[in-house]
Design a protein around this ligand. Sequence first.
Ligand SMILES: Cc1ncc(COP(=O)(O)O)c(C=O)c1O
Length: 351
Amino acid sequence: MSRFWSGFVNELDPYVPGEQPKLANLTKLNTNENPYGPSPKVIEAIRMAASDRLRLYPDPTSAELRQAIADFYRIDTAWVFVGNGSDEVLGHVFNAFFRQEAPILFPDISYSFYPVYCQLYQISYDTVPLSHDFSINVDDYDRINGGIIFPNPNAPTGCLLALSEIERLLQKNTESVVVIDEAYIDFGGESAVSLVKDYPNLLIVQTMSKSRSLAGMRVGYAIGQADLIEGLIRVKDSFNSYPVDSLASAAGVAAMNDKAYFNETCQAVIDERNKVVTGLQELGFDVLPSAANFVFASHKQLDAAVIAAGLRKEGIIVRHFTKPRINQFLRISIGTAGENQQLLSVLDTLV
Ligand SMILES: Cc1ncc(COP(=O)(O)O)c(C=O)c1O
């Protein structure tokens, strides 16, 4: 609080990111980062880009990066928008499309940044309760709205909504923008990018932070028909013309091009996830079906906060949300084989 803050800033309730501890010897399973480093080709591309040319501004249109993304999905570059992490892309999305009369809709249990953008851009919203089994029921979104957004797979549950259900949602909502936040889609889901050609109101948001191991570079993107992308560019160019720096752009291009490394590391995370799920179930946890690089689990007897504190004592951090419906769950990111083994053996002693 400061007397120099505007009343508006005083009222803000900012997003709180997962902890990034300074201690080196912690096992970090709390922020859904990829346990594997980026492709060696990405590191090489960053080295090459670290040159005298850094005195120049980067390309404000990020043409090369957008082309690499367009090539990966076999779509037109005019359908691709890029930004400084998908959080920034999402911020522009809320600003560009969701400042409407009717409230926007998102699930009651979802990415906790969405209400923060609503507050920042003064957007009204209604939350739609997830079903009993924590799934999204698209029929619950059958009402007048200023837009719809949710992650698929959802966060923090990890539950996946089938592509056919997303198409059903789009058929019922043709007059507002529907945003699917696919931060975790590469770990077991099918992207809705294939639907973009048929639905001018569909926007997909993705990130290189998770499946491409580049959380530290901050590269996010959106895919939609050219009209939507143009709207985002208008907002971006009214805010920051150069959101993607030269190093991030070089890294992003190399990451999109190295499909073999991408497929290999995604598969390794999926294989490890399967082992973690089995291990947790054997220890008495209920685990929601996950298509992400994390699992959401609650123990049949032990309190989630007690387990999280016990893990922390042993140097393992996981995420515990204190929200009513999910306060007995822990969100556990999938680590390397060694980290997952360590997690399961410490849990074994705790439960
Ligand atoms: C659902 C979801 N969307 C978007 C993001 C933001 O990712 P980034 O800003 O690193 O691209 C996250 C990060 O954890 C997320 O969980």
